[in-house]
Design a protein around this ligand. Structure first.
Ligand code: NZQ
Ligand code: ZN
Length: 394
């Protein structure tokens, strides 16, 4: 077991209609002018943005709005937000939407608070931010865990590079108002992609090659079981409040650091491989992860079949056969069966991508930062390994 630090300063207010408390909550943050940041259309169409505006007006807050954040949020929108915040003297950003909106808000917050450099440098990791405008989140999809995480992921249209910022408490939302009902309007594909992402945030931290803690393993396994169980319910009952609530809370717990306590931080290879798919082909993040996971798992499991066998037994009740190897493989198959059962892809073709050898090479080239880095800790992967995994997933 590795030593660890755990700090999760985001205040969580969870339950029906909690978003309507935004005016009262903001009074604790000594802010004067707020940017309400949102996405394409869902939050406008549902009336959520109007509700938030009314709450802010009633509480006496001055605000401006900036919508139009797209999935795989773009750097150009971040730059637009930075200019607007400077012009309007914004001192608080309220993100109303999915992970893409929250990430865009965090990047804007970094850009405004660090005028000494270009914001993209924080994603190239050539510079480290020293401050961030405070952020609050009202999530409308359970998926990214960005409402409690210390990172953000932005796509630069110049080269279509999708890159994550260094993890930092600076950009962690100060609070998140989580109303599971706000997720009722999600299309099935987004709901289930979100469930995959939540599972993956736990699995990325679970599949490590160090001795872990029993308590962290138990929390992770319970989270995974809960997500699998409720993802199935939501297929047929998208308006099931309890299932929405379980998934929403699992989303935050999966990515606020809890499942990484004592595991050394996690593997994250699948996320790195998926980010290139998101950058180059604009795929939905969770669906991209499910398309890649089985190939990654089959490529790496022999580094520690016992760990995969534990996963198979504790998540899917697969009896542990004498050799860990066959149990491990049965567990990988069971996970892929689950992905199929919730209509998620298990390869790139099912994701809608018919890639050429050249495109696969480009993905691996970009993911390895032009053959200068390896990814993963369960098994360290170089550019050739990445290429092979993309090929296996084709
Ligand atoms: O723009 P609108 O119209 O709202 O449509 C969105 C979008 O098309 C829609 N949607 C969201 N809430 C809805 C809704 N539609 C109907 N009803 C609602 N209540 O769903 C679509 C996807 O939204 P998006 O924000 O992109 O989803 P998600 O929360 O999955 O975020 C994905 C982004 O988060 C990043 C991903 O890479 C991806 O860019 N991640 C961020 C992380 C972090 N900051 O810690 C960690 C994650 O691993 C992830 O990488
Ligand atoms: Zn993710």
């Amino acid at each position: 077991m590795r030593s660890f630090e755990y700090y999760t300063p985001t205040k969580v207010i969870f339950g029906k209609d909690t978003h309507l408390r935004i005016g009262e909550i903001l009074k604790d943050y000594n802010c004067h002018k707020i940017l309400i940041h949102y996405g394409g259309k869902s939050a406008v169409k549902s009336g959520l943005i109007d509700d938030i505006k009314k709450c802010l007006t009633d509480a006496g807050f001055d605000f401006v709005t900036l919508g139009g954040v797209v999935p795989n949020p773009r750097l150009s929108k971040v730059r637009e937000g930075i200019s607007l915040c400077r012009k309007e003297n914004i001192d608080f950003i309220l993100a109303v939407g999915g992970g893409s909106v929250i990430d865009s808000a965090k990047a804007i917050g970094y850009g405004v608070a660090n005028p000494w450099t270009d914001v993209w440098n924080f994603f190239l990791k050539t510079e480290v931010p020293t401050a961030c405008i405070p952020i609050g989140a009202i999530p409308t999809i359970a998926a990214s865990g960005s409402e409690m995480s210390g990172s953000c992921v932005i796509t630069n249209e110049d080269g279509w590079l999708k890159r994550g910022s260094t993890r930092s408490d600076l950009c962690r939302p100060k609070f998140t108002l989580m109303n599971p009902r706000l997720t009722y309007t999600l299309p099935e594909y987004q709901t289930e992609s979100g469930c995959v992402d939540i599972l993956m945030h736990t699995m990325e931290r679970y599949f490590v090659n160090v001795e872990t803690m029993e308590i962290t393993d138990s929390i992770s396994e319970s989270l995974m079981q809960t997500v699998i169980y409720n993802a199935r319910i939501l297929l047929n009952e998208p308006g099931n409040y309890n299932a929405r609530a379980e998934i929403m809370w699992a989303g935050s717990l999966s990515h606020n650091g809890l499942t990484g306590c004592g595991t050394g931080g996690g593997d994250w290879a699948c996320h790195q491989l998926e980010h290139e798919l998101g950058g180059m082909f604009d795929v939905t993040h969770g669906a991209g992860l499910s398309a890649i996971w089985g190939s990654w798992a089959r490529y790496v499991y022999d580094a520690n079949p016992e760990r995969f066998a534990q996963f198979a037994t504790n998540i899917f009740d697969i009896p542990c056969f004498a050799d860990y190897e066959s149990t491990a493989l049965a567990g990988i198959e069971a996970m892929e069966d689950f992905f199929r059962s919730i209509h998620m892809p298990t390869n790139l073709r099912e994701l809608g991508l018919d890639l050429t050898d050249e495109q696969i090479h480009e993905l691996a080239f970009k993911c390895s930062f032009e053959d200068t880095r390896t990814i993963g800790v369960f098994k360290q992967l170089n550019m050739k390994d990445m290429e092979k995994i993309y090929m296996m997933a084709r």
